[in-house]
Design a protein around this ligand. Structure first.
Ligand code: LLP
Length: 863
């Protein structure tokens, strides 16, 4: 076929939602189109809905059956109206029909009380239709050419066997062969067309959509069907990176990837490129260029078949969060012919697609990618029941798959030896080496995943000398603070001036914001099903902080007699039952004093009852139970399970019950605390269920204290604990068990965000590529980074408005290599005397400080 025949003169440009939502980006889009046209190409622009619109449409679908869409439809219209006006387009004329159609569909759903898949597809398609209507009109006016095409004329999808109706309509697929009719349609339209991503039509000509992120896939279909010269994916990031730059600022741009590598990276969690968009391009050998709309001058990542080099290399460390593991345990399963076939048949019946597999003599564990198995939670119970006929089943959630991706990894395993040291701190649930040798995956807890990625990246990629594959870092390319993605200013941003003054006067100091303390106390008190909250004062024992929480009506959880005494000194009139004493391996004398004081005493070991029975005879006590599992941001802070020193194991409960009878004890409350920094909102309900079981064994228990451990958003890359879901789950427990009073005892959640550590830049140093910013206090004031690898947001408060143009290590003056407050951080060009702020240091900051090196730790100030 000649070039004319195959359409080799066409280039497909795909622009994502953020790229088509502002006037500035549209100017960049114009200049890209102009350039391609200037080079003699015909241009097919495929674009998405405006950013956020697809989410709004999904919400409408959810709410419309209950007549509850509020002003969402109006908001959708306004977003288009606003952009249209900003582009100086006649919006009413362009969008009238679409707006009418939108309202018509929504009214239909409201009337019928449900949205069929067909109706959902039609509604979702409106986002792309409206956006491209504006895009095409703008391009046409500015460039004096450009034709709007309805993608449903070109992207015909096929009915596949064994595929659900839902998938056929909401996650449809199209053929990837060259398609003369599509090429003719485009040729006929001219040299420049604008069309929609994400939408198509089925064999009956009805609207279907290609699933979330489907615009990339549409663009790849177009490229394949018309045999384009190149597919350009324009997004809001400058290409694919060796790790997510939000988590790892020193991640390097990947200059070039083969299709296979790109497929592996896209499939394993890089959200830049839809995994389904690679195959169509690969089939026709069409290079894909991934580029940044806001920075069109950057060359981005090129994906093609031209092998740039063949060196064995790890190119990316990717992570997929919230993977689900199904562990199947059965003795001697390998002797049973057909075990796996039968087990996998159950997965098939429930439409679950398996990702990773690892096997041993008696166990097979598989992972489910939540993206592909979103219905898992609906079918979970009956699925587990059916599978349990064959073997013992355990569902493990809240885990992440961390993958080393590259090529010929098997041949360089020996070089990775040093990197594997980082697994010393990890519980690894599953290890999987892909048969294609492009992928080595470890499944670890969600809470550990980001840190593991950083450590592996540091060991494997930062130390690689390969300049050909690895390009510049994000800060080198972008030189700005685009990675923070935060909506509301934080308290310390608002009070910046005050903080700078305080730092200048006081030297290194912790500053606590009283209003934020109150805000977080309010969040905890707002958890309806919880009757009473105690503050775990080990997190921060500052008297002003304690006073604030007292005013907010919180009680106190104390781990030592010293903490108890501080509470009593400050609040001599406090009702003694508002104090819960929960020591661990404390001497006998502390229990004596606590009982004399009349505060609630918790035993977390059978030993005191066996060895000092008379001390406890006739007393009312709490017992701390080890529920058998721990959770938390680091292995040091998991306080449940065999390897933790806390709590009474459940196998000792009978014996404890016997002793309680002999000693005439009344077990008033049960307590459990499984760890710190937990983000799984269901964790406390699980604890409640276990405590309830123990309470049934003991009888007479009134209070269940579910512990602390409420996680917070530690830095810009993390999510907050979902308090709403936590509340709902506890409400369910409450409803089932109204007989108990429920307590919680958070520490970190209440104080962390309210505190910042201020310190001042002393010296700068550069060792080649590695740069150090030295500050006047370090691990003597704040040991969490050294002890747990904790990653706190760190900013140069004196230069908040300046671009973060480098990646640095922020280090203190202490005589230890571990004296690092932040490793590999985005930072501006700092100078001596700048004030550096370390955020979220209100918890376990000052209380864990020391005079090491005879350097006094930071003092505390409450504002
Ligand atoms: N209750 C008990 C019995 C505890 O042992 C703890 C913390 C808490 C409540 C409060 O946990 P929180 O809500 O603060 O997570 N130094 C570590 C944390 C150690 C936590 C010790 N126990 C860190 O900086 O992460």
């Amino acid at each position: 076929m000649s070039e004319e025949d195959t359409g080799r003169k066409w280039i497909v440009l795909k622009f994502g939602g953020t790229s088509v939502s502002t006037v500035e980006s549209w100017q960049n889009i114009l200049s890209v189109i102009r350039e391609r046209r200037g080079d003699g190409y015909r241009v097919c622009v495929v674009h998405s809905a405006l950013s956020g619109i697809s989410d709004m449409l999904e919400e409408i679908i959810e709410r419309a059956p209950r007549n509850n869409t509020g002003d969402l439809v109006e908001q959708v219209k306004q977003r288009h109206d606003k952009l249209g006006k900003a582009l100086d387009l006649p919006v009413d004329e362009l969008l009238k029909e679409d707006f009418d159609e939108l309202e018509h569909i929504v009214r239909g759903i409201e009337l019928i009380g449900e949205a069929s898949y067909r109706v959902q597809a039609r509604l979702l398609a409106m986002g792309e239709l409206m956006a491209t209507r504006l895009g095409a009109a703008y391009v046409r006016r500015e460039l004096e050419e450009g034709t709007w095409i309805d993608s449903r004329e070109c992207i015909r999808t096929s009915a596949l066997k064994n595929v659900s109706e839902r998938s056929l309509i909401l996650s449809a697929v199209s053929a990837t062969d060259f398609d003369r009719s599509v090429l003719d349609r485009l040729n006929e339209a001219g040299n420049l067309v604008v069309t929609q991503g994400f939408i198509g039509s089925d064999e009956e000509g009805k609207t279907v959509v290609l699933g979330r992120g489907g615009s990339d896939v549409s663009a790849a279909y177009y490229a394949a069907k018309i045999g384009a010269e190149r597919l350009e994916i324009w997004t809001d990031v400058p290409g694919l990176f060796s790790a997510n730059p939000q988590n790892v600022p020193s991640a390097r741009l990947l200059n070039h990837l083969s299709y296979k590598e790109a497929q592996e990276i896209a499939t394993n969690g890089a959200e830049v490129l839809h995994p389904r968009s690679i195959r169509p391009a690969r089939q026709h050998n069409i290079p894909i260029h991934v580029r940044c709309t806001h920075r069109p001058e950057l060359s981005g990542t090129v994906i093609s078949d031209e092998a740039s080099d063949d060196e064995a290399l790890v190119k990316t460390i990717a992570v997929r969060k919230n993977v689900i593991l199904i562990s199947m345990e059965s003795l001697g399963m390998w002797q049973q012919v057909g075990f796996l076939a039968e087990a996998f048949e159950v997965f098939k019946q429930y439409g679950l697609s398996i990702d990773l597999i690892s096997t041993s003599e008696s166990n097979v564990t598989v992972s489910l990618d939540p993206g592909l198995n979103s219905h898992f939670h609906d079918i979970r119970e009956s699925f587990v029941e059916d599978l349990s006929v064959l073997c013992r089943v355990e569902v493990i959630e809240s885990v992440s798959a961390v993958s080393l991706l590259g090529r010929r990894i098997r041949t360089i395993l020996h070089q990775l030896g040093g990197a594997f040291e980082v697994f010393e701190e990890q519980k690894v649930y599953l290890v999987n080496q892909a048969a294609n040798d492009l992928n080595f995956t470890f499944v670890v807890e969600n809470e550990q995943a980001d840190r593991l990625v950083r450590q592996l990246h540091d060991h494997i990629i930062s130390q690689s000398g390969n300049q050909q594959s690895f390009g510049p870092t994000w800060p080198e390319l972008m030189g700005d603070r685009e990675t923070t993605g935060r909506e509301q200013p934080l308290w310390w941003e608002e009070r910046r001036g005050e903080l700078l003054d305080i730092a200048a006067e006081s030297g290194p100091c912790y500053v606590y914001d009283r209003e934020t303390l109150k805000k977080y106390a309010g969040l905890i008190r707002g958890i309806g099903p919880v009757d009473y909250a105690l503050y775990a004062m080990k997190a921060n024992a500052n008297p002003e902080v304690l006073r604030t929480f007292r005013e907010q009506g919180l009680g106190f959880e104390c781990v030592s007699i010293g903490e108890v005494r501080r509470v009593l000194d400050l609040f001599p009139d406090i009702d003694r039952k508002e104090i819960l004493f929960t020591p661990n391996f404390a001497p006998r004398s502390e229990y004596e004093e606590a009982l004399d004081l009349g505060i609630n005493v918790t035993l977390d070991n059978i030993y005191p009852l066996q060895q000092w029975p008379e001390l406890f005879r006739g007393e009312e006590l709490f017992l701390r139970i080890d529920p058998g599992h721990g959770h938390g941001h680091h292995k040091h802070v998991k306080t449940g399970g065999m390897h933790s020193k806390f709590g009474i194991p459940r196998f000792e409960i009978e014996e404890v019950a016997g002793l309680a009878g002999e000693l005439d004890l009344s077990i008033k409350g049960l307590h459990a605390h499984i760890g710190s920094g937990i983000k799984d909102p269901l964790s406390w309900k699980q604890t409640a269920i276990i405590l309830h079981k123990v309470a049934r064994q003991l009888g007479g228990v009134e209070i269940l204290d579910l512990g602390g451990g409420f996680g917070i958003r530690e830095n810009d890359t993390e999510a907050h604990l979902d308090i709403r879901e936590l509340t709902q789950s506890l409400a369910q427990f409450r409803e089932a068990h109204p007989e108990y009073t429920l307590w919680v005892e958070p520490g970190r959640f209440l104080v962390a965000v309210a505190g910042v550590l201020l310190t001042t830049v002393t010296q700068l140093k550069g060792k080649g590529k590695v740069k150090y910013v030295g500050v006047d206090t370090g691990m003597n004031s704040f040991i969490r980074p050294a002890l747990y690898g904790a990653r706190h947001t760190i900013v140069d408060l004196s230069r908040l408005d300046e671009p973060n143009s480098q990646s640095v290590n922020i280090v203190g003056p202490i005589c230890e290599s571990g004296d690092k407050l932040g490793i590999d951080r985005l930072f501006p060009q700092a100078a001596e005397g700048d004030v550096v702020l370390i955020a979220n240091t209100g918890a376990y900051g000052q209380v864990m400080s020391s005079h090491y090196n005879l350097r006094p730790p930071a003092q505390e100030i409450v504002i």
